[in-house]
Design a protein around this ligand. Structure first.
Ligand code: SAM
Ligand code: CA
Length: 254
């Protein structure tokens, strides 16, 4: 458990101090200190965070599964990325309450579209009012179901093959390689895929007996297998970016 989460659980931190801090996210930062992460948030992220995103973040911080949310610095990175590549048609796999989804939706042009997929609609619905308030809900086409099934459904329509500019994957880490084979057919040549959490709390470089939570230990070999496979895949160019919990960017070459 991170120092931040411990402090929260022990109730040793004042409400005021908590407000400006990304909740329960010691693990979200792979930087050398929580203070440095906090510096980034307070200096360059929070001052520019659109109000509906901030409100969604604050709502999500109170949700029991809030450890899953995308950190605000990564949301800002995604927004910049989507604009830099002029993305218009995108897919997001793994929505939760929608912080990365709303970040992407805000960055897309007015006629941009995101097909958003998750096995649980319920958490997405908690985020919908914030997407409506931001005036971007019309860009989002939410589909509930298993990632593999939904990707295969998309692949059945010829017009979706090689169609998407950007795909963000933030779902079950033991399926990323299965997603990769399908997404490689859906993303256009020159398009971008972002696989999230590829540094997996730093566990990928830690000894196996390091006392990480059970779920971290369980997914670690899958994440490591993914990282090795992406590095060896000649169909993509990659960069493993240490933002958030690590995001590997893949540009489709062929
Ligand atoms: N990107 C989200 C955000 O910004 O808050 C966080 C996503 S959370 C880490 C992972 C999500 O993947 C969960 O909402 C979970 O329901 C979803 N998920 C897990 N297994 C899945 C599967 N097999 N198919 C589709 N979604 C899945
Ligand atoms: Ca993530």
């Amino acid at each position: 458990m991170s120092a931040n989460v411990e402090r929260e659980n022990n109730g040793q931190e004042g409400e005021e101090a908590k407000k400006g801090r990304h909740m329960g996210v010691g693990h979200k930062s792979l930087l050398q200190s929580d203070a440095l992460f906090q510096y980034i948030l307070e200096t360059s992220v929070y001052p520019r965070e659109p109000a509906p995103l901030r409100e969604l973040r604050e709502m999500t911080a109170k949700h029991p599964w809030n450890l899953m949310t995308t950190s605000a610095d990564e949301g800002q990175f995604l927004m910049l990325l989507v604009k830099l590549i002029n993305a218009k048609n995108t897919i997001e796999l793994g929505v939760y309450t929608g912080y990365s989804l709303l970040s992407t939706a805000l960055a897309l042009p007015e006629d941009g579209k995101i097909i958003a997929m998750d096995i649980h609609r319920k958490n997405y619905e908690l985020g919908v009012p914030f997407m409506e308030k931001a005036g971007v809900h019309h860009k989002i086409d939410f589909r509930e179901g298993q990632g593999i099934t939904l990707l295969e459904e998309l692949m059945q329509d010829e017009k979706n093959i090689g169609f998407f500019d950007f795909v963000f994957v933030d779902a079950d880490k033991d399926n990323y390689l299965n997603y990769h084979e399908r997404i490689m057919k859906l993303v256009k040549v020159g398009g971008l895929i972002g696989y999230d959490n590829t540094l997996w709390n730093g566990s990928v470089a830690a000894p196996d007996d390091t006392p990480y939570p059970k779920y971290v230990k369980y997914y670690k070999p899958f994440v490591m297998e993914l990282n090795t496979a992406l590095a060896a895949d000649p169909r993509i160019e990659i960069s493993m970016v240490p933002v958030g919990d690590g995001i590997t960017l893949c540009r489709r070459l062929e």
